[in-house]
Ligand binder design. Structure first.
Ligand SMILES: [Zn+2]
Length: 477
């Protein structure tokens, strides 16, 4: 193992190296943009999926599983959608040696797989709202540089789809989805921005698109999730209609909610440091690592005590592991810091004879606890760690957003630019050009409380028109 590159000065070098050294994914699969999840990495991904499932269950979402292959005839029903995706899809053209009568698309997202079936499921207003989600792999032929979790060709993807009676109930669903994302972000210790994407950058086929974006250093942002309102743009071509209470036939309104494995990439990118990964306890593959530390004298037998501790913590529902390998304790500390275990328990002869444990969290806080209160001490330490990790990430988040008062500042700012925008497309593209990146859209809700921010949005940073809305722009990832 070699020292990690500096995260601050060479983020992607650091990111690639930490993934490799901690063995979260294996990049040696012989197809570009397709990665192998190792047992260690997949535990984190599975934990993230559990958080997503738990967050949407109270909203009435139910889990489904639709086929990965979509007939071309269904895929092409919504004009804008196909235009947005046709350069990115993988085609299945043969069954064995026989050319298929109808070619099949490997799903880039599942609207066109689900909606012909929704048209069969939805008959009456009593069938609504319909709220389902699936967590599946989707496929997009990315032409830009691929990066693990951030830009891949096979994407681990949560996609929620709802069918609603009207535009208003669909808009309410969008708000509820955003509320569930607050719960998810809190569990992961992440701060983020919600943007309404400009018209020219919304999801293909959407009425409007809200995006969840996270600053990632040097003025870049990562889109970690989206919520779209489709109005009846899909229900018309797919025939998703219902009979209302008065016996009249109406087209439904629809929403979608997408979160990809990028979210886990963001967790790694945001919380990691010069020593390696730093997992929030909620997704840590190993939340507590027990390291036996033999003293100078006869090693004694630390195993029974370490086993007792491990057994009790496992019973308390924690993901715990004892590192009883042959390496010296110092090497184990180093390894588990690299692998980002939130909490290390050191167990030596003194701890064993005194029935205590020494707790050291991944941010370096050390404490002692009696074995009598082991479970409470460990869960308490994990909770304090979670809170500190979140507030550290919050401070870093705010430090990466910068208020820009004049057009000249768009080019020179070092961080994500926050400014007033009149909403005109011309001014939006002028922002893109000045930043050398993209206008992310208007900020939903109050702007982040960064220093020097006026109470109301100032006039448009490009044309000076009022009123304007708060908007941000970032450099390309
Ligand atoms: Zn303007």
């Amino acid at each position: 193992m070699t020292e990690l590159p500096s995260k601050e000065n060479a983020f992607f070098e650091w990111y690639n190296e930490v993934l490799e050294q901690a063995f979260v994914i294996d990049k040696r699969y012989p197809v570009k943009g397709l990665n192998v999840w190792t047992p260690f990495g997949f535990q984190a991904l599975a934990a993230m999926d559990r958080i997503l499932r738990d967050a949407v269950a109270p909203l009435g979402y139910e889990e489904v599983n639709f086929p990965a292959l979509i007939p071309e005839t269904e895929f092409q029903k919504e004009k804008d959608h196909i235009k947005g995706f046709d350069r990115q899809v993988y085609w299945v053209t043969h069954g064995g040696a026989t050319p298929l009568d109808v070619r099949l698309v490997l799903r880039p997202t599942s609207e066109t797989a689900m909606y012909p079936i929704f048209a069969l499921w939805v008959r009456s207003h009593t069938d609504l709202p319909l709220r389902v989600f699936q967590i599946v792999n989707t496929f997009r032929y990315e032409t830009k540089t691929t990066r693990p979790m951030f830009r891949v060709r096979e994407i681990h993807f949560f996609e929620g789809h709802t069918v609603q009676r009207d535009e208003q109930s669909a808009a309410q669903q969008v708000e509820k989805d955003l509320g569930s994302f607050r719960v998810i972000a809190e569990a992961l210790g992440l701060s983020y921005l919600v943007h309404r994407r400009p018209e020219w950058d919304k999801f293909p086929g959407a009425h409007y698109s809200l995006a969840l974006d996270i600053p990632l250093g040097e003025g870049r942002t990562l889109q970690i999730g989206t919520v779209h309102h489709y109005r009846d743009n899909f229900s018309r071509p797919y025939g998703i209609s219902y009979e209302d209470a008065g016996g009249e036939r109406r087209f439904a309104h629809q929403t979608t909610y997408g979160i990809s494995e990028r979210l886990l990439g963001a967790v790694i990118g945001i919380h990691g440091d010069s020593k390696g990964l730093v997992w929030p306890p909620s997704v840590a593959p190993v939340q507590v690592v027990i390291v036996p530390v033999p003293g100078k004298g006869p090693a004694g037998n630390l195993t029974p005590y370490a086993e007792e501790i491990e057994g009790r913590l496992r019973k308390a529902g924690l993901r715990v592991r004892t590192d009883d390998g042959p390496d010296r304790p110092g090497a184990k500390y180093y390894l588990w810091e690299l692998k980002g275990a939130p909490l290390r328990l050191e167990v030596g002869p003194r701890e064993s004879s005194g029935r205590t444990v020494t707790l050291v969290d991944r941010l370096g806080h050390r404490s002692q606890a009696s074995a009598d209160t082991l479970e409470a001490a460990v869960t308490g330490a994990l909770e304090r760690f979670r809170v500190e990790l979140s507030s550290r990430a919050r401070a870093a988040f705010l430090g990466q957003i910068e208020f820009v008062a004049a057009a000249s500042g768009l080019a020179t700012a070092k961080n994500v630019r926050l400014f007033g925008w009149c909403g005109a497309e011309k001014c939006g593209h002028a922002v893109d050009e000045a930043v050398g990146g993209s206008l992310l859209g208007t900020v939903e809700g109050p702007p982040p409380p960064v220093p020097g921010l006026p109470t109301d949005p100032p006039s448009c940073v490009i044309c000076g028109a009022t009123p304007s809305r708060w908007a941000t722009a970032s450099r390309p990832l």
